[in-house]
Design a protein around this ligand. Sequence first.
Ligand SMILES: Nc1nc(=O)c2c([nH]1)NC[C@@H]1CN(c3ccc(C(=O)N[C@@H](CCC(=O)O)C(=O)O)cc3)CN21
Ligand SMILES: CC(C)C(=O)C(=O)O
Ligand SMILES: [Mg+2]
Length: 317
Amino acid sequence: MKQALTITKMKKMKQAGEPITMLTAYDYPSAKLAEEAGIDIILVGDSLGNVVLGYDTTIPVTLDDMVYHTRATVRGATNTFVVADLSFMTYRLGIETTLRNAARLMQEGLASAVKMEGGADIADEVSALVRAGIPVMGHIGLTPQSVHQLGGYKVQGKLPKEAQQLIDDAKALEAAGAFAVVLELVTEPLAERITKELSIPTIGIGAGRACDGQVLVFHDLLQYASPYREKKFVKTYADIGSTIRTAIGSYVSEVKARVFPAEQHAFGVVEPSVEISNLYGGAGSAAADPQAAQQQPEPGNEQVQEKELQHQGGVKA
Ligand SMILES: Nc1nc(=O)c2c([nH]1)NC[C@@H]1CN(c3ccc(C(=O)N[C@@H](CCC(=O)O)C(=O)O)cc3)CN21
Ligand SMILES: CC(C)C(=O)C(=O)O
Ligand SMILES: [Mg+2]
């Protein structure tokens, strides 16, 4: 069984130029499959608000939602480094609240680390968590919890002033002790520059090819009923959405047409040829006694038959 990644090994991977792979997953089966596929890091992202809870944004996601999903995810991926998002406002109400909330993700959710959106503005919160032994992954660029402030899900850092702010934010996170930084929806040249200037790994989503790692959302890359499946930053690796839709459609048609359930899916249906031949000690004797072979057991008589079988077995032994 492979060993879970550590934050020390992630830094070594950056130095060695070995890409780090991260995938969001929100529950037991998706985490299990991601671990089996060899993913380096699982992120229990607050994007679960969009893809599994059906909200328009990540803002309604609560800390309870995150704890619940993190715990389920960790149960499915016991040998993978699991990072959990601190949800909207859970790290903006002071250091003490931030520590308490992150502690819940670690103790109740069993996460290995937390992620939070922001740069220099949350450096104090980041360093307080790190001092408390909680590894922190930063997240800058498009920060979806601020979607209303940003005016939409747009590429960030296009203007020189904005780009400089993002570089400063990345450095502030590194100085505060973050072990990695997610760069979301920033231009490739900016992501390259930040990646070069940091000693900690950058993990990109819609941030181009130069990052030390990449992250995508489970439901996006698998086209699993995701609202973001056709975006430029996503690549579709499978279309399980249409596989599921087609399969459920077949189930519906077969039930409507009384094709399913068939005889093999039902209990207590006796196939005389099999049962009777067993009763008389093998296919040969059943064939030798055509009257016995035709004998139909009465419905609900299975128990009696089973006793007879046992008796036969006892006599033979
Ligand atoms: N399923 C899922 N995947 C995600 O990647 C994701 C979420 N949910 N929820 C939270 C945020 C929202 N995200 C988004 C949402 C929309 C765009 C988008 O429409 N981008 C435009 C770029 C617009 C521009 O050029 O400025 C695009 O066409 O890709 C990007 C990221 C990323 N995050
Ligand atoms: C897209 C990633 C970085 C994220 O924060 C999430 O899935 O919530
Ligand atoms: Mg998130």
